[in-house]
Design a protein around this ligand. Structure first.
Ligand code: FES
Length: 213
Protein backbone atom coordinates (compact mmCIF):
# COMPACT_ATOMS: atom_id res chain seq x y z
CA UNK A 1 0.00 0.00 0.00
CA UNK A 2 1.40 3.37 -1.04
CA UNK A 3 0.80 6.66 0.76
CA UNK A 4 -2.61 8.18 0.06
CA UNK A 5 -2.50 11.29 -2.14
CA UNK A 6 -4.53 13.32 0.32
CA UNK A 7 -2.68 14.49 3.45
CA UNK A 8 -4.72 14.02 6.61
CA UNK A 9 -5.35 17.13 8.74
CA UNK A 10 -3.78 17.38 12.20
CA UNK A 11 -7.14 17.50 14.04
CA UNK A 12 -9.16 15.45 11.55
CA UNK A 13 -10.86 12.37 13.06
CA UNK A 14 -9.28 9.10 11.93
CA UNK A 15 -10.65 5.62 11.30
CA UNK A 16 -9.43 2.73 9.16
CA UNK A 17 -11.24 2.37 5.85
CA UNK A 18 -12.22 -0.97 4.31
CA UNK A 19 -8.77 -1.54 2.79
CA UNK A 20 -6.73 -0.56 5.84
CA UNK A 21 -9.09 -2.37 8.20
CA UNK A 22 -8.37 -5.61 6.32
CA UNK A 23 -4.61 -4.94 6.44
CA UNK A 24 -4.79 -4.19 10.17
CA UNK A 25 -6.70 -7.39 10.89
CA UNK A 26 -4.22 -9.42 8.84
CA UNK A 27 -1.36 -7.90 10.88
CA UNK A 28 -3.09 -8.61 14.20
CA UNK A 29 -3.84 -12.20 13.19
CA UNK A 30 -0.11 -12.92 12.98
CA UNK A 31 0.12 -12.75 16.77
CA UNK A 32 -1.23 -15.17 19.39
CA UNK A 33 -4.55 -14.42 21.04
CA UNK A 34 -4.07 -11.82 23.77
CA UNK A 35 -0.92 -10.34 22.19
CA UNK A 36 -2.64 -8.06 19.70
CA UNK A 37 -0.61 -5.08 20.99
CA UNK A 38 2.42 -6.58 19.27
CA UNK A 39 0.87 -5.36 16.00
CA UNK A 40 1.31 -1.72 16.98
CA UNK A 41 4.16 -1.12 14.52
CA UNK A 42 2.44 -2.48 11.38
CA UNK A 43 -0.76 -0.68 12.37
CA UNK A 44 1.12 2.61 12.70
CA UNK A 45 2.59 2.05 9.26
CA UNK A 46 -0.84 1.30 7.78
CA UNK A 47 -2.33 4.41 9.42
CA UNK A 48 0.57 6.57 8.25
CA UNK A 49 0.03 5.49 4.66
CA UNK A 50 -3.70 6.19 4.90
CA UNK A 51 -2.87 9.66 6.28
CA UNK A 52 -0.65 10.54 3.32
CA UNK A 53 2.71 9.87 4.99
CA UNK A 54 2.40 11.03 8.57
CA UNK A 55 0.76 10.22 11.92
CA UNK A 56 -1.58 12.85 13.35
CA UNK A 57 -2.54 12.47 17.03
CA UNK A 58 -6.10 11.21 16.26
CA UNK A 59 -4.59 8.32 14.25
CA UNK A 60 -2.35 7.28 17.16
CA UNK A 61 -5.26 7.55 19.60
CA UNK A 62 -7.39 5.44 17.26
CA UNK A 63 -4.71 2.73 17.19
CA UNK A 64 -4.43 2.82 20.99
CA UNK A 65 -8.19 2.18 21.24
CA UNK A 66 -8.04 -0.41 18.47
CA UNK A 67 -5.36 -2.40 20.32
CA UNK A 68 -6.69 -1.63 23.79
CA UNK A 69 -3.43 -0.07 24.96
CA UNK A 70 -2.52 3.31 26.53
CA UNK A 71 -2.11 6.11 23.98
CA UNK A 72 1.25 7.04 25.52
CA UNK A 73 2.63 3.59 24.58
CA UNK A 74 1.63 4.15 20.96
CA UNK A 75 3.21 7.62 21.00
CA UNK A 76 6.42 6.19 22.48
CA UNK A 77 6.74 3.73 19.58
CA UNK A 78 5.82 6.28 16.91
CA UNK A 79 8.24 8.90 18.21
CA UNK A 80 11.17 6.46 18.58
CA UNK A 81 11.50 5.21 14.99
CA UNK A 82 12.40 7.44 12.05
CA UNK A 83 10.04 5.38 9.84
CA UNK A 84 7.14 7.22 11.48
CA UNK A 85 6.63 10.89 10.73
CA UNK A 86 5.22 13.08 13.45
CA UNK A 87 4.55 15.92 11.03
CA UNK A 88 3.45 15.99 7.38
CA UNK A 89 6.12 15.22 4.77
CA UNK A 90 6.42 16.03 1.08
CA UNK A 91 5.36 13.81 -1.78
CA UNK A 92 8.90 12.41 -1.83
CA UNK A 93 10.44 11.71 1.57
CA UNK A 94 14.21 11.59 1.09
CA UNK A 95 16.15 9.83 3.86
CA UNK A 96 19.92 10.10 3.56
CA UNK A 97 21.96 7.53 5.45
CA UNK A 98 24.84 9.21 7.29
CA UNK A 99 26.17 6.23 9.27
CA UNK A 100 29.84 5.22 9.05
CA UNK A 101 29.94 3.04 5.87
CA UNK A 102 27.89 5.59 3.92
CA UNK A 103 29.86 8.47 5.46
CA UNK A 104 33.16 6.87 4.42
CA UNK A 105 31.77 6.49 0.90
CA UNK A 106 30.67 10.12 0.55
CA UNK A 107 27.29 10.63 2.26
CA UNK A 108 28.34 14.20 3.20
CA UNK A 109 28.55 14.96 -0.51
CA UNK A 110 25.16 13.31 -1.15
CA UNK A 111 23.61 15.42 1.60
CA UNK A 112 25.16 18.56 0.08
CA UNK A 113 23.63 17.67 -3.30
CA UNK A 114 20.25 17.25 -1.55
CA UNK A 115 20.62 20.67 0.10
CA UNK A 116 21.59 22.33 -3.18
CA UNK A 117 19.05 20.56 -5.39
CA UNK A 118 16.05 20.63 -3.04
CA UNK A 119 16.79 23.92 -1.25
CA UNK A 120 16.08 22.38 2.17
CA UNK A 121 18.02 21.09 5.15
CA UNK A 122 17.49 17.88 7.14
CA UNK A 123 14.10 18.01 8.86
CA UNK A 124 12.59 20.45 6.34
CA UNK A 125 10.03 20.22 3.53
CA UNK A 126 10.28 22.18 0.29
CA UNK A 127 7.78 25.01 -0.18
CA UNK A 128 6.11 23.26 -3.10
CA UNK A 129 5.50 20.19 -0.89
CA UNK A 130 7.42 17.93 -3.26
CA UNK A 131 10.38 16.93 -1.07
CA UNK A 132 11.15 16.35 2.60
CA UNK A 133 14.73 15.63 3.69
CA UNK A 134 16.04 13.76 6.72
CA UNK A 135 19.43 12.39 7.71
CA UNK A 136 18.94 8.92 9.23
CA UNK A 137 21.03 6.11 10.66
CA UNK A 138 21.96 2.89 8.82
CA UNK A 139 19.24 1.64 6.47
CA UNK A 140 20.86 -1.76 6.01
CA UNK A 141 22.26 -1.33 2.49
CA UNK A 142 25.83 -0.54 3.61
CA UNK A 143 27.51 -2.71 0.98
CA UNK A 144 26.12 -0.36 -1.71
CA UNK A 145 26.98 2.85 0.17
CA UNK A 146 26.28 5.70 -0.10
CA UNK A 147 22.53 5.39 -0.40
CA UNK A 148 19.24 7.16 0.18
CA UNK A 149 15.69 5.93 0.69
CA UNK A 150 12.93 7.84 -1.13
CA UNK A 151 9.47 6.75 0.02
CA UNK A 152 9.64 2.94 -0.17
CA UNK A 153 12.58 2.68 -2.58
CA UNK A 154 16.34 2.46 -2.08
CA UNK A 155 18.85 4.22 -4.39
CA UNK A 156 22.38 2.95 -3.91
CA UNK A 157 26.00 3.46 -5.06
CA UNK A 158 25.22 7.15 -5.46
CA UNK A 159 27.40 10.04 -6.56
CA UNK A 160 26.53 13.66 -7.29
CA UNK A 161 25.39 13.05 -10.85
CA UNK A 162 23.17 10.06 -10.11
CA UNK A 163 21.60 11.83 -7.13
CA UNK A 164 20.78 14.89 -9.26
CA UNK A 165 19.42 12.66 -12.02
CA UNK A 166 17.04 10.93 -9.61
CA UNK A 167 15.64 14.25 -8.40
CA UNK A 168 15.26 15.49 -11.98
CA UNK A 169 13.35 12.34 -12.92
CA UNK A 170 11.05 12.60 -9.90
CA UNK A 171 10.30 16.24 -10.74
CA UNK A 172 9.50 15.21 -14.31
CA UNK A 173 7.05 12.56 -13.08
CA UNK A 174 9.31 9.74 -14.20
CA UNK A 175 10.24 6.62 -12.24
CA UNK A 176 14.00 6.50 -11.55
CA UNK A 177 15.83 3.17 -11.56
CA UNK A 178 15.96 1.83 -8.02
CA UNK A 179 18.80 -0.06 -6.37
CA UNK A 180 22.42 0.29 -7.46
CA UNK A 181 23.10 3.24 -9.75
CA UNK A 182 26.28 1.64 -11.15
CA UNK A 183 26.76 -1.52 -13.19
CA UNK A 184 26.38 -3.83 -10.22
CA UNK A 185 23.87 -6.68 -9.90
CA UNK A 186 22.18 -6.20 -6.50
CA UNK A 187 25.13 -6.25 -4.05
CA UNK A 188 27.51 -8.47 -5.98
CA UNK A 189 31.06 -7.12 -6.47
CA UNK A 190 31.38 -4.46 -9.17
CA UNK A 191 32.78 -6.43 -12.13
CA UNK A 192 30.83 -9.56 -11.29
CA UNK A 193 31.07 -12.49 -8.95
CA UNK A 194 34.53 -13.76 -7.96
CA UNK A 195 33.56 -16.80 -5.92
CA UNK A 196 31.00 -19.63 -6.00
CA UNK A 197 30.99 -19.40 -9.79
CA UNK A 198 31.50 -23.14 -10.35
CA UNK A 199 30.46 -26.21 -8.45
CA UNK A 200 33.45 -27.92 -6.86
CA UNK A 201 34.15 -31.06 -9.06
CA UNK A 202 34.15 -33.74 -6.32
CA UNK A 203 30.94 -32.34 -4.92
CA UNK A 204 29.40 -32.20 -8.41
CA UNK A 205 30.20 -35.91 -8.98
CA UNK A 206 28.83 -36.84 -5.59
CA UNK A 207 25.58 -35.01 -6.26
CA UNK A 208 25.34 -36.60 -9.73
CA UNK A 209 25.95 -40.05 -8.21
CA UNK A 210 23.13 -39.59 -5.73
CA UNK A 211 20.82 -38.58 -8.52
CA UNK A 212 21.69 -41.74 -10.47
CA UNK A 213 20.90 -44.18 -7.64
S1 FES B 1 25.67 2.72 6.76
FE1 FES B 1 24.37 3.49 5.20
S2 FES B 1 23.08 1.80 4.77
FE2 FES B 1 24.29 1.09 6.42
Amino acid sequence: MKNADRVHGADEPFAFNAETEALAQAAINKYPEGNQRSAVMPLLDIAQRQCGGWLPVPAMEYIADYLDMPAIRVLEVASFYTMYNMKPVGKYFVQVCGTTPCWLRGSDNIMKVCHDELGIKSGETSEDGMFSLLEVECLGACVNAPMVQINDDYYEDLDSDSTKRIFDQLRAGETPKTGSQVERHTCEPIGGMTSLEHQEPARAESVAGKGDS
